[in-house]
Design a protein around this ligand. Sequence first.
Ligand code: PAF
Length: 509
Amino acid sequence: MKKVIIRKTEEIENWRRNINREINFIPTMGNLHNGHIKLISTAKNDNSNINLVSIFVNPLQFDNKLDLENYPKTIDNDVKISFANGADAIFIPSTEDIYPPNNKNIKFLKASIELSSTLCGLNRIGHFDGVCTVVYRLLNLIKPKNLYLGEKDWQQLLILKNLILTKKLNVAVKSIPTERDFDGIPLSSRNIHLSRKERKLIRFFSNELLEAKTIFQQEKKISLKAIIKKLSAEKISIEYLEHLNPYTLQKVRVEDNISLLAGAIRCGETRLIDHVFLMKRRPIIAIDGPAGSGKSTVTKLIAKKLKLLYLDTGAMYRALSWLLIKENIDYKKCGNLQNIFKNISIVFKSNNNSHHDVFINNYCVTEEIRSQEINSIVSKISSIKEVRKFLVEEQRKIGESGGLVAEGRDIGTTVFPYAELKIFLTASIDERAKRRKSDKQSKDSQEIDLDTLKEHIKKRDFDDSNREISPLIKANDAIEVITDGYSINEVVDKIIDLYNNKIPKETQI
Ligand code: PAF
C-alpha cells in the first residue's frame, strides 16, 4: 500500500471512505520517542489493519500558553519515524482543520468529573476536556477499529475509555506499558527540556516510585509520608503523590489488590508525571457459568494464552473423591471429615506437556480421576458442606499469590470474590442442547432427542441455582458473555480482550 500524508479534514474523510479495511489509530502530539514507536509497532504486529498515526498539538489541552508555545515540534523526523515503524498513513491537520472557526458541529466535551477531578485534573484545569474533545473529533473523522494509547498517561487512558463507553463509540482501546529510559525515567516528549540537574531530580523521583513497588511486593504496604519526606529532602517540588484505586482514582481500599501510586513533580518550568502499579498478588480471573457453556475448554485456552495457572477446581473435587474411595472412607457415616482433611494436600504441578498434573498426598492422579467410578460419585461428594468448605479454603491458598484462572459455579461469588476479572459464561438452553447433542453423537453415535436434552439442561440449571451449598449465581460485578453463535476461539479472544482492557500491562509483564 502506498504510504500517504494527509493534511485536510476533507481529505481524511475521502481517504476513509475509499479504504475498505479496518484502521488502527495512534493519536500523538508529535516529537515521537520510543514510547510512540512501541505504540506504532504494536499496532503493526497486532493485525493486518491499516495503521494511521496523527500528529496534532492540541491547543485545547494546554492550560499554559508558554507550555503550548514551547511544545517540541519535529514534524519531519516524526514522519520518518512513523513510516519506518509501521505507519501506513499520517494525518497532520492544522488547528483550523480540527477546530474550524464558527463551525457549530464541533462538540466541545467535558471529561468524566469523577475521573478528572483528581491527580493531574486538580491543577490542569480543562486539560482532560481538551483531550476528550480532540480524541472524539479524531475518532469521528477516522472511525478506527482500534485506538492505541500509552499507559504512561494512565488517567488520560481511563478518561478516554470512559468517553468511548459513554458515547457508545465502536472502538477498542489497546494500551501499552510505560516505556522507561535507561535511567528509569518514563519517556516523555517534554524530557528534552530537562537540564542535567532537573533530570537528576526526576530520576530520583521515578526511582523512588520503582523502589516503593519493590518494597510493596515484600511488605504489602507503603508509606506515602516516608516517600514525601525523601523527595522533600532532595528539594523536589511535589504537586501530588497519591495511592489510589487504579480504576476509580478514589482512595485505595483494603480489598484492592492492584493499586496506583501516582505523582507529579515540577522541575524548573517542566512538570513531570510518573506512576507505578502496586500489586499484592498476580491477577485472578474467575469464570462461572452453567453446565454446557463451554467453561472448561475456554478456561484452559485462556490459561495457556495468558500463561496463568488453570485452577481446575473440578479436578480437586475429583481428587478428593478418589482418595475417599481409595482409603475406604465412608464419607456418609464419617462424623468428622475435618479431621481427615487435616492430613490432605492437593497441589498442581506443571508437566512437560505444558499442562498441569494434580497430586493428592503426593500421588499423581491426573488420569485416574477421570474414571467412570469417579464420574459417578463426584457430584455427591462435592455437595457435602465440609468438603466444599475444605476445598474452597485450599483453592484460596493456591490463589494467595494469584496468577490463575479458575472455573466453576461459585468462583466469583465465594472462592475469589476479589478476582480482578469475573466472567459469567453462558449460552441459551437451545444452544447448549445443540452442543450436547453433537457431543454425544460424536461419542456414541446415538440419536438423542433435542427436547429431552433441553428439559435435562433446564432441570440441571434449576438444581444448580437453587441448591443450598454454593449455588450457581452471577456475581454483581461479573461480565456476562453469551456464547451463542461464537466459536471457542472467539470467546477466548473476547475474554482476553476484557482482561487486557482491565489489567495494566505493566502488571502482566
Ligand atoms: O497523549 C497524547 O499525546 C495526547 O493527549 C493525545 C491523546 C494525542 C490527544 O491530543
